[in-house]
Design a protein around this ligand. Structure first.
Ligand SMILES: [Zn+2]
Length: 458
């Protein structure tokens, strides 16, 4: 039996999602809010503890707990909320465990709990799904559902976790905005098509899909980022200019950054990394030719590059507040653009490599990056010195063909430059293996589209 934990703040729509999963699977729905409601019946152990802690002021005339009064009290005072939560966990967790043990005959159990993580229930789940929606949407839903005014609803939402918490901590997220296709999102999670993993969260935002990296989300108040998925396509800018600009606009709107400030170089497999502190923005501008990486320490500059199999390296220094966005295809990797990136960040912004974070977005990986003898020899002669050539190059079953691990080469270079191994984070997603969601040159050939990576300081 599989246990799925569904969580999210009030008004995000946990119950809707839970009910949908139950429709698709032979699943038992355990609703923590409903259990909590049952627990408040007068005379129960929970009732006694709550009344002892909060006094008669939370009781109705008939001595039942006035849930609205209790909610008003706890949602306007964090300390009071903490006290109630503690009592709730103590009583609710054994109840939920009992419900799970009574779920014979089902192949899935769905635990629908707002405080899944706080109560430690995530530990008994096989997967966790965070249901997220914009704050304004949640406020409106709570006002309608609980018949409370906007101020009370806003207080209630503000006292809970923000969207980023769920993106960082849940295995998956479902975006439940008005008009969101939640059925597709649920099905893709259940069918293993959602690309989220321990380092990456797959976001569906009103028809637009992108990846975000959990490590960078920890700094979401300083830096915004995403890596787009299909059907978005940022390729062939000269031919499809308006269409591409419209897509940049949509992505920037979701991230709440300015699409007028895009810096997009004309990538050319060089090892050139340029700072754009005082440059005017633009896409493929004349003076952005033959550049494969941009860095900046200035806010509101949207660094955007495009990819189809090549490595994308995002850099962020939380101490100096500098960012970078770098294109490292196999040629760029061989030319050591990763080393050049760290050098430029050090020279331009005084970054200490020990503070730097590097995120490697999806790219073609060793499983699929097959090359001929000549390319293999280029890598062998250049990187033999590392003593790890047996890990970097692997013989293919096909005669004269080899697989190259370009992610490992970039990692080795970054560590040589002084970066900490734990600050170099890979998406572990291969573009060719996942070409249903990602543009992949090796999979699609000359007509391939492009994924874009976006990063911006705010
Ligand atoms: Zn692959």
């Amino acid at each position: 039996m599989r246990t799925i934990g569904i969580t999210g703040i009030s008004g995000a729509g946990k119950t809707t999602i839970s009910e949908q999963i139950c429709k698709l699977k032979n699943a038992k729905h355990i609703n923590a809010d409903k259990i909590a409601k049952d627990l408040t019946k007068s005379g129960s152990g929970y009732y006694k503890e709550v009344v002892e802690k909060f006094g008669d002021r939370i009781l109705k005339e008939n001595k039942e707990i006035n849930r609205k009064k209790l909610a008003d009290l706890i949602f306007s005072d964090k300390a009071e909320k903490g006290k109630l939560d503690k009592i709730t966990y103590k009583h609710i967790v054994p109840k939920i465990e009992e419900e799970i043990s009574n779920a014979e005959g089902y192949d899935t159990v769905v635990i629908d709990a707002p405080l899944l993580f706080e109560a430690g229930l995530n530990k008994i789940c096989d997967v966790t799904i965070g249901v997220v929606a914009e704050k304004e949407t949640c406020i409106k839903r709570v006002m309608g559902r609980d018949k409370i005014n906007e101020n009370a609803a806003t207080d209630r939402i503000n006292s809970q976790k923000n969207q980023t918490f769920f993106k960082i901590n849940c295995d998956y997220c479902i975006y439940n905005e008005i008009g969101s296709d939640i059925e597709t999102q649920i099905k893709e999670i259940l069918e293993g098509k959602n690309l989220s993993n321990k380092n990456v969260i797959h976001v569906y935002n009103n028809g637009v899909e992108y990846l975000q990296f959990r490590k960078l989300l920890e700094y979401e108040d300083k830096v915004k980022h995403c890596y787009t998925l299909k059907p978005l396509d940022f390729g062939k800018f000269q031919i499809r200019k308006d269409e591409v600009l419209e897509q940049y606009k949509r992505v920037c709107q979701f991230l709440n950054i300015n699409e007028k400030n895009i810096y997009k170089p004309l990538q050319c497999h060089t090892d050139v990394v340029k700072s754009v502190n005082y440059e005017e923005p633009g896409i493929h501008k004349e003076n952005f030719k033959n550049i494969d990486g941009f860095v900046t320490s200035k806010k509101d500059k949207v660094l955007a590059l495009t990819f189809a199999d090549c490595n994308c390296l995002y850099f962020y220094d939380p101490v100096k507040n500098a960012i970078g966005n770098v294109h490292a295809g196999w040629r760029g990797t061989h030319k050591e653009i990763a080393r050049e990136s760290v050098k430029v960040l050090k020279e331009e912004y005084g970054c200490n490599p020990k503070d730097l974070i590097c995120i490697m977005a999806p790219s073609i990986r060793k499983c699929c990056f097959e090359v001929d003898e000549d390319v293999k020899e280029m890598f062998e002669s250049k990187f033999k010195y590392t003593g790890r050539i047996d890990e970097i190059i692997q013989k293919s079953d096909v005669h004269g063909k080899y697989y190259i691990d370009t992610q490992l080469i970039n990692r080795i270079i970054l560590e040589e430059e002084g970066m900490l191994p734990e600050n170099i984070i890979e998406s572990e997603i291969c573009t060719k293996c996942n070409s249903n969601k990602l543009h992949s040159y090796r999979s699609e050939g000359e007509l391939v589209g492009r994924n874009t990576s976006v990063i911006c300081l705010i």
